[in-house]
Unconditional design. Structure first.
Length: 252
């Protein structure tokens, strides 16, 4: 992925990693459109960052995805990058069946069906562009599980394998598949995460991501150094130790 000269749509970018990444990419010379459900946040972004474009979208709603895709493509026909950022992370207790099913289903809808539907809505257009990128967003927890978030872990593992599979299908075309693999980052994804010493400062994370995209334009995975502890545990041969360490450190 080139670091500049793109038209980029980032649904799920009204806060956290998505918004921080959108602002940095706009500063690098890209046209950036952010999407989200909360209209008050979209209005705030338009006011504070007039060079950022916005569109209302609920990635849990297929109709909303289709409407937003039609609007974005009509207003920004040069669109060539889709970043499937939207996601949720919730604590679950599978030992109490009544306490996890609704949360698990919502997580699958947002974290897995959302990106699948987004790609489905944009892929025909992206294939018309001379150079296009789909950036998926998995997690270090796709590779090393956190005990309290089983469905989140599973959906991110699915996103990783989806990314690997789509890369095979689009090999030789103008569409590239890039997977962003974040560690825990200081955002509001989970209660208390913004102030967690275990999580990576947001500004540091986005700075490293931008540097990696800039210096490694052909990378298929964007891995900051902080996530490699989780990402490569199995290949290093210390998977059991990493799982134990992660779940000992986790504040939940």
């Amino acid at each position: 992925m080139n670091i500049t000269g793109n038209t980029i749509f980032i649904p799920g970018a009204t806060s956290g990693i998505g918004l921080a990444l959108a602002l940095r990419l706009q500063q690098k010379g890209n046209t950036v459109i952010v999407g989200g459900r909360r209209t008050e946040l979209l209005e705030q972004i338009r006011t504070e960052h007039p060079d950022i474009h916005t569109v209302a979208i609920d990635t849990t709603d297929p109709g909303s995805i289709d409407a937003a895709a039609a609007s974005v493509i009509a207003e920004h026909p040069d669109l060539n990058v889709l970043v499937t950022m939207a996601g949720i992370m919730r604590v679950e207790d599978w030992t109490s069946p009544a306490g996890f099913l609704a949360t698990a289903e919502a997580t699958v809808t947002t974290n897995l069906l959302g990106p699948i539907r987004l790609i489905g809505a944009f892929i025909e257009h992206l294939q018309t562009r001379p150079h296009a990128t789909i950036m998926t967003v998995s997690s270090g927890l796709a590779f090393t599980p956190l005990r309290v978030t089983p469905t989140y872990n599973a959906t991110k593992a699915a996103i990783h394998m989806l990314s690997e599979s789509l890369r095979l299908q689009f090999d030789g075309t103008t569409v590239e598949i890039v997977e962003l693999v974040p560690p825990a980052v200081r955002t509001d994804l989970m209660p208390g995460q913004r102030d967690s010493e275990f999580a990576m400062p947001l500004d540091d994370f986005v700075t490293e991501v931008i540097e990696l995209i800039d210096t490694q334009p052909d990378a298929t995975e964007i891995q900051v150094d902080r996530v490699k502890f989780l990402r490569h545990a199995e290949s290093r041969g210390d998977y059991a130790e990493v799982v134990a360490t992660l779940n000992r450190l986790d504040p939940h």
